[in-house]
Design a protein around this ligand. Structure first.
Ligand code: TTP
Ligand code: MG
Length: 373
């Protein structure tokens, strides 16, 4: 596989948090929602309950279920804890909702040759730290990873290694399985007698574009084939830039270790400066011959972009580090990045910029509100 994408999705997220916090609910059907079900656990789903169903109807089907109000604040806190945990694994992460996200794990290809055990480890690690279960899909692009995470839900994983495996999996599945097939698209497809994914391909690209328009038509066509070039869109907050060097010969001379580390810092800063970014955190990573890895970070309160400021942080980390010899790998990174310094006072930036910032902030607020409609 060229690229490797992992998609995770927490299981019955809101309901699982409530059950974790009230263990006596463990074997009950648990429903979260006011008038309408926001989500329910898998026990409740056995009665035919699902999100968006009215609570009145749900109570008819499942009168002995435990019906709980929505506690958004708690769920956001939990989501943030999970995100932090995942960012420890990789910074190439795109969080697409409170309880799900994509991670580019291409770099882990060599380290974890066995993808099954990698997926299991991921699920275990989330559970150990949060007491919550999730499902994982690993694929060769976002599309295949997303579909894969649904396959063994809850608390399971699946791997779709390539396009052939993707086509084999989707060909007899209902069209609704494809992202992008909403109500409207579904109706058009069904009216043409297309119910299974493979049946989409009884039409060619041009015909599909005729039905749905240029972009949507191409999307449906590509998704039916398992083609998806979308990249992981890393939130700038989680961007990081860094350099690592793995040495062929162990370094045993302490002064050489420091010298090399300084060079890596300089190289990292050079790349950071080219982007014209601002950052807060510096991290030093050292791996020893026994494969133990030490990472130490320090974070400034403000976003910085001057070399001397980063250098100060970097030197402070070095002071606290007790570096042993027999070093295998050295790395330095800068993270917690933004593309412009939002800490500038509003007076010191131009009117246009002000407008842009306010709009961005508003969009952000709307985005969060939308999730919790
Ligand atoms: P989902 O991941 O869609 O659902 P889920 O995590 O409850 O269950 P699953 O095991 O199938 O993944 O959504 C995540 C959370 O988002 C969910 O717990 C409740 C919330 N949510 C809404 O607020 N509105 C909605 O319309 C949906 C579908 C979910
Ligand atoms: Mg979920």
């Amino acid at each position: 596989m060229e690229r490797l994408i992992l998609h995770y999705d927490m299981d019955a997220f809101y309901a699982s948090i409530e059950i974790r916090d009230k263990p006596y609910l463990k074997n009950e059907a648990v429903i979260v929602g006011q008038k309408v079900i926001t989500t329910c656990n898998y026990e409740a789903r056995r009665y035919g309950l699902h999100s968006a169903m009215s609570v009145v109807n749900a109570k008819k089907l499942c009168p002995y279920g435990v019906y709980l109000p929505v506690n958004k604040e708690k769920y956001i806190k939990e989501a943030n804890r999970i995100k932090k945990l995942i960012l420890k694994l990789s910074s190439k992460v795109e969080f697409i909702a409170l309880d799900e996200g994509f991670i580019d794990i291409s770099d882990y290809k060599d380290k974890y040759k066995n993808l099954n055990s990698f997926a299991k480890k991921f699920i275990d690690r989330i559970f150990i730290h949060t007491g919550l279960s999730c499902s994982v899909g690993i694929g060769y692009n976002k599309l295949s990873a997303k579909l894969a995470s649904e396959i063994n839900k809850p608390n399971g994983h699946y791997i779709i290694r390539n396009q052939e495996e993707y086509k084999l999996y989707v060909y007899d599945k209902d069209i609704k399985i494809l992202p992008g097939v909403g109500k409207k698209t579904e109706e058009v497809l069904r009216n043409k007698g297309i119910n299974k994914v493979s049946e989409i391909l009884s039409y060619n690209l041009l015909e599909l574009q005729g039905f749905f328009g240029y972009i949507k038509g191409q999307l449906i066509y590509e998704y039916a084939l398992g083609i998806d070039y979308r990249k992981i869109s890393v939130d700038s907050q989680h961007k990081s830039i860094g350099n690592e060097i793995t040495y062929n010969n162990l370094i045993t001379d302490i002064s050489l270790i420091y010298k090399n580390l300084d060079e890596i810092f300089n190289e990292t800063f050079k790349r950071f400066k080219e982007k014209n970014w601002y950052g807060k955190t510096v991290t030093i990573k050292i791996r020893y011959s026994d494969r133990t890895t030490v990472t130490r970070s320090k974070t400034s309160e403000k976003h910085l972009n001057k070399k001397e400021d980063f250098k100060n942080i970097y030197e402070k980390i070095k002071e606290d580090l007790i570096i042993k010899n027999k070093v295998l790998l050295l790395g330095v990174s800068i993270s917690n990045i933004i593309e412009e310094n939002r800490q500038l006072s509003f007076d010191s930036i131009g009117k246009l910029k002000k407008k842009k910032l306010i709009k961005e902030l508003k969009d952000k607020i709307n985005y969060y509100e939308d999730i919790f409609k």
